[in-house]
Design a protein around this ligand. Structure first.
Ligand code: PDD
Length: 286
């Protein structure tokens, strides 16, 4: 099966897709993106991903219309052409090509890149044993609700966590409030209640996060979106992270603190089951 790119409307092998060194995405990380997964050829919650992309574009002063760019049909076409059972689709839009200048022109043609790769299964060791996360001060910019491709602070935090023997970092505000992980949202379960940090500008408003909250409602787990301290996270009964690429993955250690007894706790398991049931329902996929 081929891994494909679609660059400015032209489909071809990923290795053949080329962008200019003057692309503002390369020069300034002046670009936004989305990640969508398709199961059996059907993208999961594509409307929500494209709505978030539209919001990212607007917040970055990129006056483009996702509908006019025809992204939904390009995503569908690329998934069909690549033919994987599970496809990972990246949609990246840069402001366009311009001689290097902080001041961007208003008449640029955006660069629109989609890639279609086979989605790899989540590491089976992580599914069985959960992941260990390390708290770290969030060094990112102030507008993390924008899904921007400038992810250097995320990459550095992840690397430091891995070097220290963890799988990921939980990014924490200077005041000690939990935000999210480097590429996922975070949830805690305390006394049977599901808690996740408020969706403000300091975190990405995860499509999976929203879906997890809906799953919780469907299995009668009460949920709260509110500020959460590091102490609260470390002393909770269960912790998990959520993202398009991992769905729900249990966390079994926060810093030096064991969470639960090594596997997914009962509430996490019931949410994982509700999540799986939902994915296989036609209404969840576009
Ligand atoms: N990352 N927070 C951050 C910082 C993320 O990068 C992501 C997703 C999430 C979860 O969002 P969603 O549920 O919509 O995938 C939260 C993707 C998977 C990535 O960058 O590859």
């Amino acid at each position: 099966m081929p891994e494909l790119a679609c660059l400015n409307g032209e489909f071809g092998p990923i290795a053949s897709a080329k962008v200019s060194v003057n692309d503002r995405g390369f020069q300034f990380a002046d670009s936004v993106y989305e990640v969508v997964v398709a199961y059996d050829g059907r993208p999961f919650r594509m409307t929500e991903h494209l709505d978030r992309l539209q919001r990212s574009l607007s917040l970055c002063d990129m006056p483009m219309d996702v509908g006019e760019l025809g992204l939904a049909s390009l995503v569908t076409e690329g998934i069909a052409r690549s033919g994987f059972d599970a496809t990972l689709v990246y949609v990246q839009i840069t402001r366009g090509v311009q001689d290097r200048n902080h001041l961007y022109r208003d008449d640029l043609t955006p660069t629109v890149l989609l890639t279609f790769r086979e989605k790899q299964p989540v590491n089976p060791d992580w599914l069985r044993d959960g992941v260990r996360v390390m708290t770290a001060t969030d060094e990112r910019w102030a507008l993390c609700e924008i899904k921007a491709t400038g992810l250097l602070a995320n990459a550095l935090a992840k690397k430091r966590a891995v070097r220290a023997g963890y799988q990921d970092a939980v990014l924490v505000s200077p005041e000690g409030f939990v935000r999210e992980c480097t590429a996922s949202n975070i949830f805690a379960i305390c006394g049977g209640r599901l808690i996740t940090p408020t969706a403000d500008e300091s975190i990405l408003h995860g499509v999976t996060r929203q879906y997890v909250l809906e799953c919780a409602a469907s299995v009668d787990v009460p949920s709260e979106e509110r500020p959460m301290t590091v102490d609260e996270l470390r002393s909770s009964d269960e912790v998990f992270i959520s993202s398009t690429t991992m769905n729900i993955l249990q966390v079994t250690r926060v810093d030096d603190r064991e969470i639960g007894n090594g596997g997914a706790g009962p509430v996490t398991r019931s949410l994982q089951e509700a999540f799986r049931r939902g994915i296989s329902q036609p209404g969840q996929v576009v």
